[in-house]
Ligand binder design. Sequence first.
Ligand SMILES: [Fe+2]
Length: 398
Amino acid sequence: MPTNLRKYNLGKNNNWFWWPLFPLYPYGSRSTTFSEIVANQVWSFEQLQGLYYVAVPIRMTVLKVSKGLMLINPLPPTKDLITALRGLEKKYGPVVSIVLPTASGLEHKISMPAMARVFSKAILWVCPGQWSFPLSLPLSWLGFPAERTRTLLADGLPFKGSCDWISLGPIDIGLGRFQEIACYHKDSQSLVVTDALIGIESEPPQIFDLDPTPLLFHARETGDQLLNDSPDIRKKGWARLVLFASYLKPNKLKIPPINQVLKNSFKPGLRTIKSHFGIYPFKWEKGWELSANEIIGKEKPLIQVAPVIKRLVFPRAKIEFLRWLDELKSLSGMKRLIPAHYSAPIAFTKEDCIALRKKINFAEWSPSKNNWSFLDYLDGSLLKQGVVPKNPLEKFRD
Ligand SMILES: [Fe+2]
């Protein structure tokens, strides 16, 4: 599996005008990296997305199918991204399908209407049970063209000859449902998933080479420190971003008193928006690296269920997750995993899938201590208030 996969920065035409719809970093400026994952078969486009410099990669996967190209989990279609896709179309045929294989992942949903307008002949496929918050609006109101939008499973499945589609869920999560449908692309022996599985490695993703500010910002101890740069500083910042994104409030992270934060703010060299004027309301305690090591692979990406998903979506639905893994392990000739976040591609065979199932089955499924305590608190509060159900599988049982 290529670990030093060549990735290309697509350029500076990276404006995304619809960013206020889902105002996440890096807002209206979405730089993209592009790489060919499997020669003439699979391509990856990556952008960054996050809150307050806690940014992790989000990926669109492009698959070669019989009549052209299929996009899975569309990204904001900046000029650079469209130009690169037009280049692929010239060689491999038109974009014929755009797939949103998740019911709940708003970050994947938000770009679908804009991408549909760019590829005006493509058929759109969406996961069943789409919902929006605070109002559940019909897809056509959200910009999905009704005449060419189909629902996966209910209206069939795209390119069934070259792809197997494996559903995880539905799981009742109160406000709506969690469901995602993995795509196994037989020609390239690649399994494309959305949020259910991820692989995290210790090297920061290459997209940070375009602008390492989030890494440098979070690698500091106090707000009066300058945003210095070195490979080790970037790695340190990355490990902290991973802890933030995984646990929301990692155990070793404390919020210092406001007077202390202000005392360290507005120092010379830091009076810029880029450095948030030195406002840095975090204090990392000793030993934080050890907790990062639990979820970050040293030599290769560590495949896992993202802690947020595990603890807030599946805490009472382990059985469904294991069932899904059982389906995945029967896929013939599987070689690699391509999730919509963090590293890809990751070596992933039937044996790896069996080992992962075993590990998940025997480890504690809903931990509540240390790094997990905040997620446990959130889940407990939602359960107590009746927002999430006690039995999330009951509603969808036949
Ligand atoms: Fe996602």
